[in-house]
Design a protein around this ligand. Structure first.
Ligand code: SF4
Ligand code: FE
Length: 395
């Protein structure tokens, strides 16, 4: 969770670190999984980390080409972030908006970046900078989440996850002033695509977080199997094996793109982009299957369960207690708590992070498929096939 700053040599939070080896990249994947498993939701720090690593490379490359000072600006900002262990968010332009922005309301700094490759006529939008999250002119309009009003009710059982939860927002910039030394790109439209691709690839690696949330869901599913008294059924055991297989496959992709990383001219280590895209493509699918299996094993009670208010009611509480008892050694309350956690991750507020964000965060599935088709070396594959079948390779 900590690293040594390449700027000051001090011990810093790894979320503010610039990767300087493949070991750093692998540790990033492991950190994501660990935190996913400790929080059971999106912990919202990776966007800033990925934006900063991408900027460490692109600002350097722009300076090399145009003699600008962006890398100096960036390193000054980075040192401030490292010294204060700040949470940063990644977003876009000066007047405009970023829809469904993860982590915006709980970040210290907003790092804005272009979101697509640009042509010369788009150059007014090829801009990157950082501003404090409470800068005048920025408004956050909080996203609604399924079952969110449960957080306002008395009692906490119906929330599922008792400790953590993430938030998304529509972030509106209405003529926000940005000081020049916080600018990392200004109209260098020919670098917009590179910055987007680097940020996206890092962020696709970051989705090891979903394997961590998967750990929580698999643990909850094993618990409910036991609480329901069904843990010995062979199909239940087999479904839990399947959940683990899928979850570990997610983790493999994140580790693989890290281990296959390489050094860029700036000195920053960059992930293998093909494997990072394969990793994220799996993330758009497997959590849904893991969630389906969790709901299968949990049973319908997960969605028909009465509220905590009814459970504590002097009138009907005794019946909830009696009729929702499963395994004789487990209290009805514990059974209800685990069911609520599974509901939270697969249908409630945490399903935003575990399911929909797995689908669309760091780019929707088609974005990864385009990258996979671009990055695969098809000529090399054709060449080996032709050679083995006796076709003239030069043809
Ligand atoms: Fe990090 Fe995962 Fe949340 Fe993205 S979705 S910020 S990778 S925890
Ligand atoms: Fe995300």
């Amino acid at each position: 969770m900590t690293a040594t700053s390449h700027i000051t040599g001090k011990k810093i939070n790894r979320f503010t670190h610039i990767h300087h080896s493949t070991e750093d990249l692998v540790k990033k994947s492991k950190m994501g999984r660990l935190l996913g498993s400790l929080t059971g939701c999106c912990f919202q720090r990776c966007v800033g980390m990925d934006a900063m690593n991408a900027l460490s490379m692109t600002t350097y490359d722009i300076d090399q080409k145009y003699g600008t000072q962006y890398n100096k600006h960036f390193l000054k900002f980075l040192e401030y972030v490292q010294e204060n262990d700040l949470v940063c968010d990644g977003a876009i332009v000066v007047r405009g908006a970023k829809c469904h922005q993860t982590g915006a309301v709980n970040s210290h700094e907003i790092i804005t970046m272009p979101t697509i490759s640009m042509r010369e006529e788009d150059k007014d939008y090829a801009i990157s900078f950082a501003v404090p999250a409470d800068t005048e002119g920025i408004t956050y309009i909080l996203g609604r989440q399924s079952c969110d009003t449960r957080k306002r009710e008395e009692g906490t059982m119906d929330r599922g996850n008792q400790i953590y939860g993430g938030h998304e927002a529509l972030v509106v910039f209405d003529d926000v002033f940005v000081p020049w030394d916080r600018v990392f790109m200004y109209k260098e439209w020919d670098f917009a695509g590179q910055l987007v691709e680097q940020f996206a690839s890092y962020h696709r690696q970051s989705y090891a977080c979903k394997a961590g949330v998967g750990d929580v869901l698999i643990g909850a599913t094993q618990c409910i199997a036991e609480y329901n008294g069904a843990q010995k059924a062979s199909h239940v055991k087999d479904k839990i094996i399947e959940m683990n297989h899928l979850n570990e496959t997610l983790f493999c992709g994140s580790l693989a793109c890290a281990a296959e990383g390489h050094k860029e001219p700036s000195g920053t280590y960059y992930v293998n982009t093909l494997l990072a895209n394969v990793c994220k493509q799996n993330v758009t699918r497997f959590p849904y299957e893991i969630a389906r299996l969790a709901q299968d094993i949990a049973g319908g009670l997960m969605v028909t369960l009465p509220s905590e208010e009814d459970f504590r009611s002097p009138e009907v509480g005794k019946w909830v207690e009696k009729y929702y008892k499963g395994n004789a050694d487990v209290s009805t309350e514990d059974r209800m708590r685990i069911l609520r956690l599974i509901e939270n991750i697969t249908l409630g507020t945490a399903a935003v992070g575990y399911l929909t964000e797995s689908m669309h965060g760091a780019g929707s599935p088609q974005a990864q498929r385009i990258m996979i088709s671009r990055q695969v070396n098809m000529n090399a594959k054709k060449k080996v096939a032709k050679k083995l079948s006796g076709i003239d390779v030069d043809e």
